[in-house]
Write a new protein. Structure first.
Length: 375
């Protein structure tokens, strides 16, 4: 039985070139980047070249990139320090955010004198920008935290619009760009976002490494205390092979962006046609015509009893999909994202998220549809 991987929003297959790069670093450049001898300086050189490579791709200064273990750590660093050290009195976010943001905001609300407002969501799963503008008109030093691309349904934030709204009211803006980096072009010189986070394993890099972009002249206090690594913002010896692998993965992804995007968009259109023709009573979460090119979330016209078993049943046919975030894998509860804007009667039905990559084929989609038909 052929195994078909259609869960690329959870993690992606690592590029062979990245494995080669990481192996080379592990083998040849084993020094500590903080050491002053020649072997340490070689490691430091790779560290800074990786930083410059990432900075060039998103068009920012290299010193604005801080390496972390993952996007969750980067989100925590930014949100916690903003409240504790920058004097943020209010956070505006949405109930559709990743739990790395939602849970952090909830904890900060209980431990600090912090006001939290949740922007309204439209029936298609997009942000209500009029409501955001209204919330920003209220007083208080504010941070807006909204994800660039929703990891469960693929809705895309209008970054330019949000940046302008924040600029008009002197609010800081943080975006979790985990699902967008490598799939959309971001120019941080011309788009004055204050904070951005990314994770390597979402663009065919290694797990266990990510980065935070922190706009120059914004000084954050560390979340992890220790040495002076990463400008004193993130203590701990840098994971050099992972960082080099992340930089290599992003280079490859950006270099092949247009051809890969075209291929994945063609796959998505084919998938939508197959779903509509085989399951005409289905309901798409978010407008699939306007969501990111690699994500489809569909509520299927199946019996409610299959809701908690749909991923397992597909796995029995060799198809790897999810119901949403991998962090909630195995949960029988409705997605917190879908609960925000989907009617209760639809929430009871089984839903699946199919997320595509350059490595997927039309045959993969045919096999997935056949497996769904058997269920």
């Amino acid at each position: 039985m052929k195994k078909v991987y259609l869960d690329n929003a959870s993690t992606t297959q690592i590029y062979p070139e990245v494995i080669t790069e990481m192996t080379k670093v592990l083998t040849e450049t084993y020094g500590n980047p903080s050491s002053s001898h020649a072997i340490g300086r070689e490691a430091k050189n790779i560290l800074e070249l990786s930083r410059k490579s990432i900075a060039k791709i998103i068009n920012c200064n290299a010193h604005e990139i801080i390496f972390t273990s993952c996007a969750t750590e980067a989100n925590n660093l930014i949100l916690q320090s903003a409240v504790k050290n920058l004097g943020i009195q209010r956070i505006i976010t949405s109930k559709m955010e990743h739990h790395a943001v939602l849970h952090t905001v909830e904890i900060l609300q209980t431990t600090h004198d912090l006001k939290v407002d949740y922007v309204a969501i439209k029936p298609d799963g997009t942000i209500d920008y009029s409501d955001l503008e209204e919330l920003l008109s209220q007083n208080g030093k504010t941070l807006v935290s909204l994800m660039q691309v929703n990891n469960e349904i693929g809705t895309v934030l209008n970054l330019e619009k949000v940046v302008q709204l924040c600029k008009n009211t002197n609010a800081l803006f943080h975006t979790d760009a985990v699902q967008g980096i490598g799939k959309t072009k971001i120019d941080l010189t011309h788009l004055p976002i204050d904070f951005l986070v990314a994770s390597a394993h979402k663009f065919h890099g290694p797990k266990g490494v990510g980065f935070a972009f922190i706009r120059k002249n914004i000084i954050l206090q560390p979340l992890i205390f220790g040495g002076e690594q990463e400008k004193g913002v993130r203590a701990g010896t840098e994971s050099l092979h992972n960082i080099a692998g992340m930089a290599k993965a992003l280079e490859i992804t950006v270099a092949n962006h247009e051809i890969d995007k075209t291929h994945i968009r063609d796959l998505k259109n084919y998938l939508l046609e197959k779903i509509k023709s085989n399951f005409p009573d289905c309901h798409f979460a978010g407008n699939p015509e306007n969501t990111q090119h690699n994500i489809v979330n569909v509520i299927l016209p199946f019996d409610e009893s299959k809701a908690g078993m749909i991923v397992f049943l597909m796995d029995m046919h060799g198809i790897a999909i999810s119901r949403g975030s991998a962090c909630q894998s195995g949960s029988s509860k409705p997605s917190h994202v879908l609960e925000t804007f989907i009617a209760n009667e639809l929430l009871k039905r089984p839903n699946i998220r199919i997320s595509l990559s350059k490595y997927n084929t039309f045959e993969d989609i045919d096999l997935a549809i056949e497996a769904l038909k058997k269920i």
